[in-house]
Design a protein around this ligand. Sequence first.
Ligand code: LRH
Ligand code: MN
Length: 426
Amino acid sequence: MKISKDQIAESNQKEQNNHRVQFEFLEDQLSRKNVHVAELIQKLADFQVAIPSWALGAGGTRFGRFSYYGEPSNLTQKIEDVGIIHMLTRTAGAISLHIPWDVPEDYTAVKELARSLDLKFDAVNSNTFQDQKGSRESYKFGSLSNVSQAVREQAIAHNKEVIGIGEKLGSKSLTVWLADGSSFPGQNNFQTALHHTENSLKEIYKSLPIDWKMFIEYKPYEPNFYSTVIQDWGTSFMLANACGEKAYSLVDLGHHLPNTNIEQIVSTLMWKGKLGGFHFNDSKFGDDDLTVGSIKPYALFLIFNELVYGMENNPQNPDLAWMIDASHNIKDPIEDLIQSLEAIQEAYAKALLVDQVALKLAQQENDVTQCQEILQGAYRTDVRSLIQMARVQKGGAIHPLKAYRELAIRKKLIEERGKHTIATGL
Ligand code: LRH
Ligand code: MN
């Protein structure tokens, strides 16, 4: 299933005039504030977010899973679905694979398909939180932290195998998230578990190709409910430093206890040059993996404000890996991902409108009210026509979701794949 440029052009035809009027109005407003509109649009157009291969089917919980029909049932169909999202939005230029959920059968074919859809392979993700059929050791009581050396070695070997798969695909980073932890006091010796984890990560780090990065993802709880070995940014930061300069912390927005100031964590990690990337999503309570910007859009804006500041002032921090990590329990996965991409672009565009010089000045004068006015002035700007212009300049749809529905893509996917295909993943 592919979408053609002509189909996009036809869908844009109807939206063109309205878009142009809104854009010219905003362009005039911003130019009078000395905003370099063309520069800003270029930054939006260059901003590419990786789509997780495990979020293209219907997600579920222990209480149930409701299929969405026409789901991708193999890696080829998953890449095609990311191709559809990228054709419409022009901001989803990469796919992130999870191993063993997405082990390629034919590397040449998979790479050729991705290239034809203008897609790259972003970080590869290891999986030592589920036991695989026929595996010798079990991860029931942990993987890299396990008291059993045999289990740790199996988990280390798996991560090295994942690096090998990523190398063949042209990926340049490995993401390690561990479910390791305990559900009852006394179950684990915290120091032993952390020591094993640090040594195991160092072992994996030795296998990283020279131009690769290793992202260490933290999470406070689930599936363990008393302790998690890599529970917070501080532990991830400590382990990344212990491993070396190619190791970084990865911030999954859903992996924070309620009311955590995530933008401050982002600022701190960038200052220390140890922020590797993001898993974007939103949440009300726990690791809900909801649509980005659907619950706390202002919090996302504040995070991007720190990112924009860091990208301008922290050359010690490398380019960041941008990725969505969401699960779609009741919405069409493709529609949900399109909405998430829109929310990310919106937060970034608004953050780029923050007058950082004026803000620094107001901070110097402790003019708290003015600081808030500067931030909220940017946040209250309707930037949608800027994002649309960035898409149109790259051949995308002015309204991706509208185009997706008008072109009846889901209906065509169901005709092509049937109603009973199930995507591997969460
Ligand atoms: C853990 C996590 C991690 C992935 C998994 C699918 O909650 O965020 O990034 O491995 O989801
Ligand atoms: Mn994640």
